[in-house]
Design a protein around this ligand. Structure first.
Ligand SMILES: Cc1cc2nc3c(=O)[nH]c(=O)nc-3n(C[C@H](O)[C@H](O)[C@H](O)COP(=O)(O)O)c2cc1C
Length: 376
């Protein structure tokens, strides 16, 4: 089966598993501790059920939405994810950007991208958001906001659920770290995937490309020490002053934090638990949406991510109050399985499933969805 035959996101996941050495697949696929939140993010979508209305003229369906000042033809965006040249050694983020551009889908680009934010912007002139992590060594990221603005990123989002790395046990078990070290655990895994290995050798090491260092390697030393765990709400207020475009905060789970973020002047609350990769046993994101939507009462946009694998998951999140959702692994599986064509296939699958779900529910536009459409 090639990516064009993939019927759903799980098919792309299986293709990614065939293509990648186990350590790289597990880095995408895995979560923190016992992976309770990772599993629950998806499960809690399945626990909810959809009701439909009959005899509605659904010959025209409008899936467009507006979020972070962006007019989007589809209600999902590609979530920021690090190190994509590990998953697709040849092009990484450029493959994602080209596919997103082809479909007019917004792309959230990670601070830890392995292509420069400028090259990604060139491949994707359309709607884009830059995602910020804050480093202990602030000099590493000096000028990054000006660069993002100059390159055409209109929205900025600060990720706040990662003061330190979560405990992802698949990685040490596989001997895996970023960048990949060759050792007695990793070499045998790599040898089982010669196609990937050849690509990796051609592409060179996948290191972050956005830092102000000669070889970008300083940004990678000491996995746990590189993020600044001391940043607090003052930093968000400072950031608000620096960035005059739409500002989002990514990684919220509580109404009290959502209200504080509103007070700090953010435009978008991005509900996320980092795809279950950070604090394990926190609730599935879909379970935190209702209380947060109530607390902010329309004063900011809401994006939700975590566990979305089907168009019906997207519909449930929109019906329960999100303005848009974001997907992470869904497109990364596609990227790993088939580069630009794989990301494109993931977008096609989610878009077709969302459209079909709306048709079957008798809903012609996202405005027509409401919490009453969801049971459970
Ligand atoms: C491999 C991988 C790398 C990620 N890297 C980042 C990152 O650099 N910045 C960030 O804000 N979130 C990052 N995330 C979290 C995603 O933005 C998103 O919150 C998460 O993937 C959503 O869950 P889902 O994968 O179930 O869709 C990453 C997620 C994965 C799977």
């Amino acid at each position: 089966m090639g990516v064009s035959n993939a019927l759903n996101i799980n098919d792309l996941r299986m293709l990614a598993q065939k293509r990648l050495p186990r350590m790289v697949f597990d880095y995408i696929d895995g979560g923190a501790d016992d992976e309770h939140t990772l599993r629950n993010n998806t499960q809690r979508f399945r626990d909810r059920e959809l009701l439909w209305n009959v005899l509605v003229n659904v010959s025209e369906i409008d899936l467009s939405t507006r979020v972070m000042g962006l007019d989007l033809p589809l209600p999902f965006i590609l979530a920021p994810t690090a190190a994509q040249r590990l998953f697709h050694p040849h092009l990484g983020e450029l493959a994602t950007a080209r596919a997103a551009n082809r479909h007019g889908v917004a792309y959230g680009v990670s601070t830890l991208a392995t292509q420069t934010l400028e090259d990604i912007a060139e491949a994707h002139p359309g709607p884009k958001i830059f995602q910020l992590y804050v480093w202990k060594n602030r000099a590493l990221l000096e000028g990054i906001l000006e660069r993002a603005k100059a390159a055409g990123y209109t929205g900025l989002v600060l990720t706040v659920d990662l003061p330190v790395m979560g405990n992802r046990e698949r990685d040490p078990r596989n001997g895996f770290s970023v960048p990949v070290q060759l050792n007695t655990k990793t070499i045998p895994q790599a040898l089982t995937r010669p196609g990937y290995l050849i690509d990796l050798m051609r592409g060179g090491p996948a290191v972050p490309a956005n830092f102000n260092t000669a070889d970008n390697k300083d940004a990678l030393d000491r996995e746990n020490g590189r993020f600044d765990p001391s940043i607090s709400w003052e930093y968000l207020t400072w950031l608000r002053d620096q960035w005059d475009g739409p500002l989002g905060i990514k990684g919220l789970s509580r109404p009290d934090d959502a209200r504080r973020a509103l007070d700090a002047g953010v435009d978008t609350i991005w509900i996320s638990n980092h795809g279950g990769r950070q604090l394990d046993t926190c609730p599935a994101t879909i379970d935190t949406l209702g209380p947060i939507a109530d607390a902010i009462n329309g004063q900011a946009d809401i994006i939700l991510d975590g566990g979305i694998r089907r168009g019906t998951d997207i519909i449930k999140a929109l019906a329960l109050g999100a303005n848009a959702v974001a997907v992470g692994r869904a497109y990364l599986y596609g990227l790993a399985a088939g580069g630009e064509a794989g990301v494109s296939r993931a977008i096609e699958i989610l878009s077709a499933e969302t459209r079909r779900g709306m048709e079957l529910m008798g809903r012609r536009s996202l405005k027509e969805l409401s919490a009453e459409d969801v049971v459970g």
